[in-house]
Ligand binder design. Structure first.
Ligand code: ARG
Length: 424
């Protein structure tokens, strides 16, 4: 650590990019703070993190911590996301929303270690990520204060920021600006901005790095057996691995087969609709496998109830409430549901598709005798008549009171009126 001063300290979530590098100098000059940068490895594509650290120090940080958060991220956060089959708006596996709480946890730890009063981040005022950092930090330690330089400074375009950086001795990136805004980690990759801002533009090929085009994928299918214990993947094709390594492996297999590209319209928390492209080969294929196993081992009412709770969980996490009482209580519920989610799912990847082609479990509730139409049938057909009589009774009583026909007539009249309106 460089020589400390008696100034107040801020912990900065540092990526090594232009904005967060400027943040260091800007916070020193405008808020009179000493800065400790924290670089989190959450499995993003990156060059040398030692170089990132050197850039933080060269930009004026008094220290820089490089923290490998990947195991923690997988075992603590992604395991819960998988238990919840978490897909915001039934589509998006929440990769950015899930990484902020783990980064925030490490920022708060660093604040305690360095005696810092402030936490700073380089998010803009338009996105969800600022809300996620700030609500997570304040939930973990309400005494901390937030500084968001990018919301305060008025440094204009990238060119003028480059000029500001040069004038203030901040090392500027030597690589040219990427035409997209990218956020990635082991759970996937988000690509925004540039030509993607017009939803009519087909995503250009160069946005994708984790997946091949389904059109270029191998002509032969790839089969993978994923083994789960208590809802957590523990082995691939019989070989035991950590959950983190399984995610890496599934990113590779699914990505090579062109599975896991999303191009969707999304509702941001801050009220904006945005067009989002995602690459989620590992996360999405694991959710597909996990759901298939749950379909086999979870009792019907529990499964149905869980489906609704999953959407609530995803909403909470998307909307920055990872550390909230409702989300934590739902984790307790999901943990109970995962008790018997043990078994093996066979998946087939082929040209952009991911299909479940086999499921087995010692806790299967699928009963061949009850389900079969052949001679080994054990289902009691005689019970069906009485069951239907009683099950349908309320509807029969309703109909006997002429309600059913009235409803049909009303509907027909409605259709006729609409037709007339069109004819006018
Ligand atoms: N729209 C996604 C979300 O809110 C992705 C955000 C990506 N973040 C970024 N800084 N590019 O979760």
């Amino acid at each position: 650590m460089a020589e400390g001063t008696n100034k107040e300290r801020a912990i900065l979530a540092y990526s090594g990019g232009l904005d967060t590098s400027i943040c260091i100098k800007w916070l020193q000059e405008n808020k009179d703070l000493d800065i400790i940068a924290v670089v989190g490895d959450v499995g993003q594509e990156h060059g040398s993190l030692e170089d990132v650290k050197q850039r933080a120090l060269a930009s004026g940080a008094i220290d820089c911590l490089v923290v490998d958060m990947r195991e923690d991220y997988a075992n603590d956060i992604l395991a819960k996301a998988l238990a919840a089959n978490a897909l915001y708006e039934n589509k998006y596996p929440l990769l950015s929303a899930l990484s902020r709480p783990i980064i925030s946890k490490h920022l708060v730890n660093a604040a305690h270690e360095y005696g810092a009063k402030y936490i700073a981040h380089g998010c803009t005022g338009k996105g969800n990520d600022q809300v996620r950092f700030e609500t997570s930090v304040l939930a973990l330690d309400p005494a901390l204060q937030i500084v968001a330089p990018v919301r305060e400074w008025d440094l204009g375009s990238r060119d003028s920021k480059m000029a500001w950086a040069r004038e203030h001795g901040v090392p500027v990136p030597t690589t040219s600006e990427k035409p997209y805004s990218i956020d990635d980690n082991v759970w996937g990759r988000a690509i925004e901005c540039g030509v993607l801002e017009n939803p009519w533009n087909e995503p250009p090929d160069d946005i994708w790095t984790m997946t091949v085009s389904p059109m270029d994928a191998p002509d032969e299918p790839t089969y993978v057996d994923v083994q789960f214990e208590g809802g957590i993947p523990v082995a691939i094709d019989g070989e035991r691995m950590s959950f983190l390594d399984i995610i890496y492996k599934m990113n590779e297999v699914a990505g090579e087969n062109g599975f896991g590209r999303l191009d969707i319209m999304e509702n941001r928390l801050v009220g904006v609709k945005s067009r989002e492209c995602y690459e989620v080969p590992g996360s999405l294929s694991l959710i597909v496998a996990h759901k298939a196993l749950e379909d086999m081992v979870l009792e019907r009412d529990l499964l149905h109830y869980k489906l609704g709770a999953e959407l609530t969980w995803a909403d909470q996490v998307y909307n920055s409430l990872y550390y909230s009482p409702l989300k934590i209580a739902l984790d307790g519920f999901f943990a109970e549901t995962q008790r018997y989610v043990t078994g093996t799912v066979r998946m087939r990847f082929y040209k952009g598709n991911c299909d479940v082609v086999g499921v087995k479990s010692d806790y299967s509730l699928y009963d061949h005798g009850l389900a079969t139409y052949d001679d080994s049938d054990t289902f009691n057909h005689d019970s069906a008549k009485g069951f239907i009589d009683l099950f349908g009774l309320r509807n029969k009583v309703w109909s006997e009171n002429r309600h059913a026909m009235d409803a049909v007539h009303e509907q027909l009249a409605g259709v006729a009126e609409t037709k007339d309106e069109f004819a006018e």
